[in-house]
Design a binder for this molecule. Structure first.
Ligand code: HAM
Length: 428
C-alpha cells in the first residue's frame, strides 16, 4: 500500500513553537482584560445541533447556506461544527437558566470555529476567536464597554492601523421596513447589479452593501440609509452609545453600509479592521442581538458581544512574545561503555536528579539524545542553563556541578546537587 502524502486539510494548519506562544499571549491578555471587567470563561461544545445555527445565525446567511461542516452522527442526529460562538453561548444561557443570575451575565471564550470558506491568507476553515458576550442588559453602557474592551485588547496586542466602523441596525420592525425599502431600490436598479446581488434581492438584500462590483457600488451609493430610519428609541440608544465612546476617547467612523454576515444583529453593530491585513481586513466585530435568546426558546433577553480572529490579530500585530522560563539545571550524563546492562546507573541517577530538582521548584532538563559529553555541554549552553550537573557513572553517587555563568565547577555528592543549585539561585 503506497501511503499518499498526508497533510493537514486545506484551510487548517498546525500551531508550532513560537506561534503557540503568541496565541497563548493573546489568550492571557484577553483573560486579564475581560475577567477584570467581570467576564467569566465559558467553553461550549465543538459541535452543536445543526438547528441551533440554522435558527440562530439565520437560514439566509452565507454561513448557514454554504459554509457549515454538517454531519450525521451514529444516532442519526444532524450536528454541525460550530461556525461561530454567539448562538452556542445563548443556547447555554437558556439551558442553564442563567436569566436567574444577576444580570448582565458576561461570558468570554477563546475557541476554534469552522467554516467551509475559500482558504487564503487570514481566512481558514478552522480558525480561532476570542469572544465576549454580555447578556441581560440593554444599557448603552454595555455596548460601549464591549467595544472599548475589544479596542483595548487590540491596542495591547499591538495590532496595527486599527479602524472602528460603527452603525445601528435598529430594532426588528425598523429593519424589516428598511429591508423592503432597500429591495424596492435594488429592483429599480436591477440591470446595474452584479448577478449574485440580483439573485439575492429577495433573500438577503443587505449583502448588496458588501459587493465590490462597480455597477452594484454605484447603485448602493444612492441607496436609502438605515440610520435615517431608526425609531426614536433606537436612535436615542445609538446616540448614547456614541456619546460614551466619545467620552472614552475611542475614535470611530459612522458607516451606515456596515452589514454583518449574521442575521441576529439588532441596534449597535461594529467592526474593527486593520489596514495591515489586506483583503481580509476584519480583525473583530460584533454587536447587539436582542432577539437571539428568545429565538432560541429562552426568555426575552438582550445581548451584546463581539469576536476577534486570533490568526488575524497575530497577522496584524507585532507584540513580543514572552521567552520560555529560564533553565536552572541541565543534567548531563554518560554511561561507562556502550554495552552496560540495563538499568544503567547513570541514566537512573540523571532521571532521579531531574525529578528531585523539579520537585524543589527548579526548572530542569536531562540529556535524552545520546550526545557525547562535549556536545551535551554545548546543548546546555544553547538552552541557557544556569548550572550543569555531570554524572559520569564512574564515581558512584558523585557529580560535577558546573556554574555556567561563573565558569567554575565543583565535585559533590549527587544528592546535594539540588541544594547547591537552590543556594546558588539565592533560593536558600
Ligand atoms: P464574525 O464577523 O463572523 O462574527 O467573526 C469574527 C471574527 O472572526 C472576524 O472578524 C475574523 O477576525 C474572524 N474570522 C471569521 N471567519 C474567519 C475565517 N474563516 N478565518 C479566520 N478568521 C475568521 C462572529 O463570529 C460573531 N459571533 C461575533 C459576535 C459575537 N457578535 C456578537 N457576539
Amino acid at each position: 500500500v503506497s501511503a499518499a502524502k498526508l497533510q493537514a486539510p486545506r484551510g487548517t494548519h498546525d500551531v508550532l513553537g513560537p506561534q503557540a506562544a503568541a496565541r497563548e499571549r493573546v489568550e492571557s491578555v484577553a483573560r486579564a482584560l475581560l475577567e477584570g471587567a467581570g467576564y467569566e470563561r465559558i467553553e461550549t461544545p465543538t459541535f452543536e445541533a445543526t438547528e441551533l445555527f440554522a435558527r440562530g445565525v439565520g437560514a439566509s446567511t452565507d454561513i448557514v447556506r454554504k459554509e457549515m461542516y454538517t454531519f450525521t452522527d451514529g444516532g442519526g442526529r444532524s450536528l454541525t461544527l460550530r461556525p461561530e460562538g454567539t448562538a452556542p453561548v445563548c443556547r447555554a444561557y437558556v439551558e442553564h437558566g442563567m436569566h436567574k443570575l444577576r444580570q448582565p451575565v458576561k461570558l468570554w471564550y477563546a475557541s476554534s470555529f469552522f467554516r467551509y470558506e475559500r482558504a487564503q491568507a487570514g481566512r481558514q476553515r478552522q480558525f480561532w476567536q476570542v469572544g465576549a458576550e454580555a447578556l441581560g442588559s440593554e444599557e448603552p453602557a454595555v455596548d460601549a464597554e464591549s467595544i472599548v474592551l475589544l479596542a483595548a485588547l487590540l491596542a495591547e496586542l499591538d495590532v496595527q492601523d486599527v479602524r472602528l466602523r460603527l452603525s445601528s441596525l435598529g430594532g426588528p420592525e425598523a429593519r424589516a421596513e428598511y429591508r423592503e425599502r432597500l429591495q424596492t431600490h435594488l429592483r429599480a436598479h436591477a440591470e446595474q447589479l452584479a448577478p449574485e446581488v440580483r439573485e439575492r434581492i429577495e433573500l438577503n438584500p443587505l449583502r448588496a452593501f458588501d459587493s465590490e462590483h462597480p455597477g452594484t457600488r454605484a447603485a448602493m451609493a444612492t441607496a436609502p440609509s438605515l440610520l435615517e430610519h431608526l425609531s426614536p428609541a433606537d436612535a436615542a440608544h445609538f446616540a448614547e452609545v456614541r456619546a460614551l465612546l466619545e467620552d472614552a476617547g475611542v475614535a470611530y467612523e459612522l458607516d451606515p453600509t456596515l452589514v454583518r454576515g449574521l442575521d441576529y444583529y439588532t441596534r449597535t453593530v461594529f467592526e474593527l479592521t486593520s489596514d495591515a491585513l489586506g483583503a481580509q481586513s476584519g480583525v473583530g466585530g460584533g454587536g447587539r442581538y436582542d432577539g437571539l435568546v428568545a429565538e432560541l426558546g429562552g426568555p426575552p433577553t438582550p445581548g451584546m458581544g463581539w469576536a476577534a480572529g486570533i490568526e488575524r490579530i497575530l497577522l496584524a500585530g507585532r507584540a513580543p512574545v514572552a521567552a520560555p522560563p529560564a533553565l536552572d539545571l541541565y543534567v548531563a550524563w554518560q554511561v561507562q561503555d556502550d554495552v552496560e546492562p540495563a538499568p544503567r546507573p547513570a541514566a537512573r541517577a540523571a532521571f532521579k536528579l531531574v525529578y528531585q530538582a523539579r520537585q524543589a521548584g527548579l526548572t530542569a532538563q536531562m540529556e535524552q539524545a545520546g550526545r557525547s559529553l562535549k556536545s551535551q555541554l554545548g546543548q546546555a549552553e544553547r538552552l541557557g542553563a544556569r548550572y550543569v550537573a555531570i554524572l559520569d557513572g564512574v564515581s558512584a553517587g558523585g557529580a560535577v556541578l558546573r556554574d555556567m555563568q561563573a565558569r567554575t565547577q565543583q565535585e559533590l555528592p549527587a544528592e546535594t546537587v539540588v541544594h547547591a543549585v537552590l543556594r546558588g539561585r539565592g533560593a536558600l
